[in-house]
Design a protein around this ligand. Sequence first.
Ligand code: PMP
Length: 454
Amino acid sequence: NFSLKQLQTMDAAHHLHPFTDHKDLREAGTRIITRADGPFIYDSEGHELLDGMAGLWCVNVGYGRKELAEAAYRQMQELPYYNSFFRCTTATPVLLAQKLAQIAPEGISQVFYGSSGSESNDTALRLVRHYWALEGKPQKNIIISRHNAYHGSTVAGTSLGGMSAMHDQLGGAVPNIVHVMMPYAFELAMPGESDHEFGIRAAKAVEDAILEAGPDNVAAFIGEPIMGAGGVKIPPESYWPEVQRICRQYDVLLMLDEVITGYGRTGAWFASQSMGIQPDTITTAKALTSGYQPLSALLVGDRIAARLVESGGEFYHGYTYSGHPVACAVALANLEIIEREGLIERVRDDTGPYFRQVLTERLAGHGIVGQVRTFGLMGAIEIVKDRQTRERFPGDGAAAVVVRDHAIAGGMMMRATGDTMILSPPLIWTRETIDMAADRILRALDLAEADLRK
Ligand code: PMP
């Protein structure tokens, strides 16, 4: 006797629930977010929370931006939608492409729009395989990814990703995708192995996979510059240059998934720029509109773009909402805010370093913290039972959930992924906001430690 009004996806350890109304939702423990302003979100019970996750890694310019609402309203009145098939386009996706050309890393020349990161990774997968087919090497179609990677929830996104729980429920992945070790020194480095050495070893796993499959069969390597959903895993500095060198050596394309790192989070427009990576494709979404509209953009490098154009053939691929005019209008206004307010420079020169300093000085020595790591405005706090041995609490991530629940109850919205607490705040955070976050996280850690050591 229920009507299925809303299907809600829950964090791990929950299930899909059919819900009937808000009261049932609240009784089941779901918080209903009703409004937001600047760095704060508010729930239906009137609680104020500091949003440490920028929505879901996307609201980079913060909440309540009238310019973005106005851009959407203007565009909806002028032209709410037209397709990008029939040899048509609308004006805003073209303007946005020009803007993207200015900010994208060198060597990027075209863009393919979608509505989500997952969709754009599907596009990327098809595109790189199509590229090699055009080159007369259709068998060069294996994609190498990493364990624990997250590349979306479509069948292709899940297949590219390396989350075992998701694969277990996939019932058949897209073929010819293989997964290698992730660059996660905290758990995977051997005793006595330096970060540098570990980074080289993790990159070597990519080379081993290429050699095992045969370089003539490997189309591309895909990776998030910094694994996000997998726990803000920041690779050692030696990792990406070595992965890039290996890809070039075996003529394997390099696909970056910057759905989280794109548009300012790392203190540059893209992490590829912060880290000196020159990819063939870059998947972007989320912060392109700061989450005010669903929009993704696959940035395509010269090599693939030129081959596609030269072939004169068509790539039979496109979504109804590719280049949606309203979403693109919002993206333009959003990128303008990021530029006008100097948010990227602020992350690079001020709030990013301050975030690292405060988290390190105030949290890294806590009794249940095994490591703090940050890059720009992305952060991770490893929850451990024993700081020396890095032994975890039992329950596979249950301890981090205890910390998270205390954090949320104390007004700090953050995420638990496995045994790691993660932060990815709006880029409008100031030094004061960072101090406030550290206070609240510290309190949550204290309360959690008291619970966990009972
Ligand atoms: N790639 C990465 C790195 C992501 O973090 C996400 C979303 N968290 C996606 C792809 C999928 O994006 P979407 O949810 O918009 O489909």
